[in-house]
Design a protein around this ligand. Structure first.
Ligand code: TMP
Length: 205
């Protein structure tokens, strides 16, 4: 596969979205075809599964199976074809979010998640994962009153501590794939760091 696969991670409120959009513009300005997508979601089926995962009460294993089902469809329909074409795939969350939220937040079995990861995606991993690392207390302030919270956004700060801890564990398991960004800075500084991380890989001028 000749494309470029970049995923973006962080707890709710970490402020990924505007930076993902800006990065898409940068790649397009340099003549690259960009596929902007998200998880859970990115296909009609996966978007329906997203609505269930974000709104319906369910046990952690059901949650994990649904996000991996959505991911399977997303990879097959969108991500793999885009990478085959040589496009840049910018994906708002990917499998690290499952380890963070279902593994860390919900306490679901890490080894089962690793088995599902291998089964669903084989060797496919993002070339780089940009992790917007933000203290949970700052995220909680940002989220307060922002909009009607979904199932995850409504979780207490302790849940997000677990989520953050699991992101750190994923980074420790695969440090070369991760670029950790300090998201507790002014937006322009965060943006410079994001750009530098991608430029540092030689993917943008
Ligand atoms: P978003 O609000 O950034 O679009 O993400 C949707 C929510 O879904 C977010 O709270 C994280 C959660 N999520 C999981 O619990 N497991 C996953 O595998 C993914 C991709 C997201």
């Amino acid at each position: 596969m000749s494309g470029l696969f970049i995923s973006f991670e962080g707890i709710d409120g970490a402020g990924k979205s505007t930076h993902i959009e800006r990065l898409a513009q940068q790649f397009k300005a340099q003549g690259r075809a960009v596929v902007l997508t998200r998880e859970p979601g990115g296909t009609p089926l996966a978007e329906r599964l997203r609505q269930m995962v974000l709104n319906d009460p369910m046990d952690p294993m059901t949650e994990a199976l649904l996000v991996f089902a959505a991911r399977r469809d997303h990879i097959g329909q969108v991500i793999a074809p885009a990478l085959e074409r040589g496009d840049v795939v910018l994906c708002d969350r990917f499998t690290d979010a499952t380890f963070a939220y279902q593994g860390g937040g919900r306490g679901f079995d890490w080894g089962v998640l690793e088995y599902l990861e291998r089964s669903v995606q084989g060797p496919l991993q993002p070339h780089v994962t940009i992790w917007f690392d933000l203290p949970t207390v700052v995220a909680a302030k940002r989220l307060a009153g922002a909009r009607v919270p979904d199932k995850f956004e409504a979780q207490p700060q302790a849940f997000f501590e677990q989520v953050s801890g699991a992101y750190a564990r994923r980074l420790a398991q695969d440090p070369l794939r991760f670029a950790r960004i300090d998201a507790d800075q002014a937006p322009e500084t965060v943006w410079s760091d994001v750009l530098a991380a991608v430029q540092g890989k030689g993917w943008l001028n």
